[in-house]
Design a protein around this ligand. Sequence first.
Ligand code: ARG
Length: 539
Amino acid sequence: MADIGEVLRDRLAAAFGTVTGSTLDPVLRRSRHADFQADGALGQPGARAVAAAVVEAVDLADLCSDVTVVGPGFINLTLSDAALAEWLAAAAADDRLGVSTVEPETVVVDYSGPNAAKEMHVGHLRSTVIGDAAVRVLEYLGHTVIRQNHLGDWGTNFGMLVEHLADGGELDFATLYTAARRKFEADPAFQERARRRVVLLQTGDPQTIALWRSIVQTSKSYFQGLYDQLGVRLQDGDFAGESGYNDALDGVVDDLLALGLLRESDGALCAFPEGFTTRDGAPLPLIVRKRDGGYGYAATDLAALRYRIDELKATRLLYVVGAPQRQHLEMVFAVARAAGWLAPPVRAEHVAFGSVLGADGKMLRSRTGGAVKLTELLTEAVERAGGATIGIGALKYADLSSDRIKGYTFDYDRMLATNGDTAPYLQYAHVRVASIFRRGGIDGADGEFVIAHPAEHALALELLAFPGAVARAGETLELHRLTAHLHDVAVAFTAFFEQCQVLRAPEPVRAGRLALCRLTARVLATGLDLLGIEAPERM
Ligand code: ARG
């Protein structure tokens, strides 16, 4: 099913073409003065006359009750109530509420990516929540989505952690890292043993590997517990840790060397992708192999990128990673492009996000001043909300509804408010609809849509904007635009509900309003589900 806004745009674009002889974007927007406004004529010589000619040429009789030129050349469009009712009926008859499936592709979503033996921080929470919504939206649109949880499970830290276990340290996720770290800092002999352990790990010593594995396994179970609590789709099989690329790293270096893309610098092997410079304008290195012969984060990311393209056959690679890693990822992409590994139609995108701030405007800290543990945030949100559905929903919505790249201030009171741009507000709108059906004892098929009241008209417009909002979310991953749309739906429903009687209205108005209510509930529930948020029947 097409999107009604898109049909309007296409028809206007065609008319603009006839009138001006060139292709012109009508620039259609929602408007306060009408349902939509097109300002494509503005900027054209004789804009008002162009707009008038377009209105003359365009055929919108089946959609609009009013098409008028105003001001210097705006075209105001008002949809007819009959057209709205017809489009609503089509949306309601569709399991997908009018959302079309797209040309499917294989999309890899790299998200969450915590580090073994370490608590997830709020950055990982953001990645997990945003990544999960991206996965849901892309899957809904018909793409094949492969989740890749790039677990940090390799590196020199593990020398210390394994040595601590070998020393009789306890395999407990909560204490392992700090206990090992404390020993490492206090005891030079332990430090030395930890260093030797790194070599044993790299050379595959069986006892060392077994201990390392136990740390990774404990960490995975811990993270999986959080994922389950959060209600995200990540599963055990989605872990694709850094260590999994170890065998591919030599190949990455060999191939880059053969392509002449690596240079030695201070004993390390580095790529100097074009366009990246230090503050003084010198070429910026991406370290692919360290001076000690070890591989780091960049080499692993290069191997992962190749794997995702060559083995997973993905054509779109998404990296849901904090904004501070932008340069790292851009450099990895640039090297992969230079090597010919990343080439159209394949593209890689950094789905970047900003920081979560505390009330003081600084990075969010716990009461004791340390980094906040994710579990504490979850527990407190659920406690304050009096339940997981509302608490977790509020937490996710607060994250998703802020402009992703800007970050946001963490505030329990605001996220849990039942009024405002919050999950509880949307959930409450859903509950209201459910209660109408309960009170009315209604469970039969829906009646016919009848649009007459301005509040019905306004709600209908919002419901019909859902397909476009979902489609755009899949392209831009600007999930805050999808939350804003759902909020508009809830606001329009609230206004409708205040102005229009439903159960006590005479037929056929009653049936028409019940149909509107039903579609509202379906749009809200589907939209919230795309964000990973539950839509309760009661609260
Ligand atoms: N483990 C990393 C961190 O905590 C995030 C991994 C992001 N993904 C990637 N392919 N680099 O910062």
